[in-house]
Ligand binder design. Structure first.
Ligand SMILES: Nc1ncnc2c1ncn2[C@@H]1O[C@H](COP(=O)(O)OP(=O)(O)OP(=O)(O)O)[C@@H](O)[C@H]1O
Ligand SMILES: [Mg+2]
Length: 282
């Protein structure tokens, strides 16, 4: 079977012209560099979280999942190494954008807003502090370009490229997805500060939600118990790794060094805890 994409975290195989297999590996990238040390179980957590949210939001928008049952996968993927981290999906004609929804003033939006008071074409009705919750979540799209560096664009540019009607449909779906999952996660002690979606069209021309959704790799997850306005909340997932790299003068260094087993173990635990917090029956 042909591996068509080996992304930072996921390997994508082409099963037919209609379907793909996505395998979420244990690779972790920090400061945009992939570590040589795998984070045990991370891929399983990301895959299971996405599957949970796809199911939880299926009434809002159709998604690309066909099946995650081993029996439905091509035989190659029925081995233990693929267990829990592999999904059969509809192959879509992807839109070359990341549809970012932001609920909080943070990250690259904060960096730009601080000096320019605007971001992606938005001017705001009032002043915001770092990490403050926005009065309403906003779509701040980015265009995926071939060099792998995404470019923030305005909604006006999206409208000119996709048309006003499709842009509004995507905005409404993305905000509805964010609001529903934000409320759910908050009840379980996690703030989803922002997130991104990828969408595509199926063979009937229907708009379908793809990729991964509401994972710590595609979203900013904050611990609701530690959140304060005006400070930089710790990233829920990679903080140990980032702290270790920074303390050891390895921030953003390529190739990244092996990280100590203890740091990898603690990071695995954080991912496992995240899955438990979101999916455990309470
Ligand atoms: N249903 C689908 N049909 C076609 N392509 C898909 C589908 N779902 C996800 N993809 C693509 O599969 C790839 C997943 O790999 P991964 O997320 O590891 O890549 P990445 O390094 O993050 O790069 P990217 O910036 O393209 O996301 C992405 O390029 C994504 O756009
Ligand atoms: Mg990706």
């Amino acid at each position: 079977m042909k591996k068509i994409i080996s992304g930072k975290v996921r390997d994508v195989y082409e099963v037919s012209d209609k379907s793909l297999v996505i395998v979420t590996t244990d690779r972790l990238s920090a400061f945009d560099v992939i570590l040589p040390t795998p984070i045990s179980g991370k891929g399983v957590v990301l895959n299971k979280l996405s599957l949970f949210w796809f199911d939880y939001t299926r009434d809002l928008v159709p998604n690309h999942v066909i099946s995650a049952e081993p029996a439905d996968l091509p035989s190659l993927f029925r081995a233990a190494e693929f267990d829990g981290r592999t999904v059969l999906v509809k192959k879509l004609k992807m839109l070359p954008y990341e549809f970012v929804i932001r609920g909080y003033m943070f990250g690259s939006m904060w960096d730009t807003y601080k000096t320019e008071k605007s971001f992606c074409g938005y001017t705001f009705d009032r002043e915001y502090k770092q990490a403050e919750k926005l009065d309403t979540p906003i779509l701040t799209p980015s265009a995926k370009n071939s060099e792998g560096h995404d470019e923030n664009i305005s909604v006006a540019r999206l409208q000119s490229e996709l048309g006003a009607e499709l842009t509004e449909k995507i905005r409404a779906v993305a905000v509805a997805l964010y609001n529903r999952c934000y409320d759910y996660a908050l009840q379980r002690g996690i703030i989803i500060a922002d997130t991104k979606f990828e969408l595509g069209f199926d063979e009937d021309g229907a708009l379908v939600l793809a990729d991964e959704i509401f994972t710590p790799d595609s979203s900013r997850f904050w611990d609701a118990g530690e959140y304060t306005i005006g400070a930089s909340p710790k990233s829920y997932d990679k903080q140990f790794v980032r702290d270790w790299l920074t303390a050891n003068g390895q921030k953003g260094v390529t190739p990244a060094p092996e990280i100590p087993a203890e740091v990898a173990r603690k990071t695995s635990e954080i991912y496992a805890d995240c899955l438990k917090k979101i999916t455990e029956v309470i």
